[in-house]
Design a protein around this ligand. Structure first.
Ligand SMILES: [Zn+2]
Length: 382
């Protein structure tokens, strides 16, 4: 019954009887149970057609908090949110993932505790911690697997390490998956089938199908960066293969190409700045990267038929050049039926997508029907 309240709309006892087909006494008992664990709160009175107006109840997102953590190669963002994934307090600071799990996770735990206090809340209200890492994560164990830009993190037991420091359940995923989830839940909940593509120094994708994040058998779904670009030749990739999308169209590849032609660029952000300043060569390089990404995405469109492709990551900040290159090739190479209603748009959640998605991982687990039943059973025993 609680799941009916998740969209936030208040309900009366009578409307719940009608919606669930349960008896009035069963509904009343369930409302009492949900109120006892803080998930429902009175929401005023409904308008009456005569007689005493009926009381309404609504989901109370303030009853618990979640911690969303988004770790990049060189920065970290952490947010304390309520159960609607609305941030209550957050920080965004430089942090080198290469410092290793011990130092980084200690910082995460200390910063998380400070934020909880800053939001005026307590650690015993914490429903859980969601964390996104910039590398492949085994979904079953929450451990990073051969992460290329995270020295020292291979096989690290991130859930256990953070649980020891924060005392709440921990869910780990890769950064693109949490961005996909954050973007979907906050900006495009109506698009049940969505591909989120992160274009930064590396390239990856998060897959939402039927409204759910799809990770594949081991959690490696969406790793577009190492798909071969048709006609790319033998450009070597850090993975050992050649002609991979990331080696052809990632930020690092574009930096190398622009440098070779004499431009003063060091980072992916420099490319974005150069494009924004109106530099023609940089604009063309980004547009070509868009076409290369489009050639790989066209295959994904044929395979998955998404309603929406959302492009995020630093390079998405270069604006229309990247989007135009992607659209050009996807619409040209995919079948009309698959692209008839397909929209390809830049990310709207932007830098917030990661922390909101990480908190959402925790919240959806915490509010799942079986978890709510467990919560109520525990309350009745105590
Ligand atoms: Zn590769």
């Amino acid at each position: 019954m609680f799941q009916l309240f998740r969209n936030g709309a208040p309900r009366t006892r009578a409307s719940l009887v009608a919606e669930t087909g349960q008896s009035r006494s069963t509904v009343a008992a369930r409302i009492d149970a949900l109120r006892s664990v803080g998930l429902l709160a009175p929401a005023g009175e409904a308008t009456s057609t005569g007689g005493r107006p009926p009381s309404t109840f609504a989901f109370d997102p303030g009853s618990r908090i979640a911690l969303g953590v988004d770790l990049g190669a060189t920065h970290a963002r952490i947010a304390v949110t309520d159960l609607a994934a609305e941030p209550l307090a957050q920080v965004d600071e430089p942090l080198a993932i290469a410092d290793g799990p011990d130092r980084v996770l200690t910082w995460v735990a200390e910063t998380g505790k400070k934020l909880v206090t800053q939001a005026g809340r307590h650690m015993d209200e914490l429903a859980g911690v969601g964390i996104g890492l910039p590398g492949p994560v085994d979904h079953g164990t929450g451990r990073p697997v051969n992460p290329p830009i995270m020295p020292g993190w291979g096989g690290a037991d991130v859930p256990a390490e953070l649980y020891a420091r924060l005392g709440a359940p921990v869910m780990v995923d890769n950064d693109v998956n949490i961005m996909a989830l954050g973007e979907h839940r906050t900006m495009t909940p109506e698009a049940d089938d969505l591909l989120f593509v992160k274009v930064a120094t590396g390239i990856g994708a998060g897959v939402i199908m039927d409204g759910h994040l799809r990770r594949g058998a081991q959690g490696a779904a969406g790793d577009l960066g190492h798909v071969t670009v048709p006609g790319a030749g033998d450009i070597p990739c850090r993975c050992g293969n050649s002609g991979c999308l990331e080696a052809v169209a990632g930020g690092a590849a574009i930096v190398t190409r622009l440098r070779d032609s004499g431009a003063a660029v060091e980072t992916t952000q420099d490319i974005v700045d150069l494009v924004r300043s109106g530099d023609v060569a940089a604009g063309q390089a980004v547009r070509q990267a868009g076409r290369d990404i489009g050639s790989v995405l066209a295959a994904s469109v044929s395979l998955l038929n998404p309603a929406r492709i959302v492009v995020g990551g630093i390079l998405a900040g270069a604006g229309e050049h990247l989007m135009a290159g992607i659209r050009e090739v996807v619409y040209q190479r995919s079948l009309p039926l698959a692209t008839r209603d397909l929209r390809i748009t830049p990310s709207e959640a932007g830098a917030q997508a990661g922390v909101v998605g990480a908190a959402t991982l925790v919240i959806e687990q915490y509010l799942a029907p079986s978890s709510v039943d467990t919560l109520i059973a525990a309350k009745e025993v105590s």
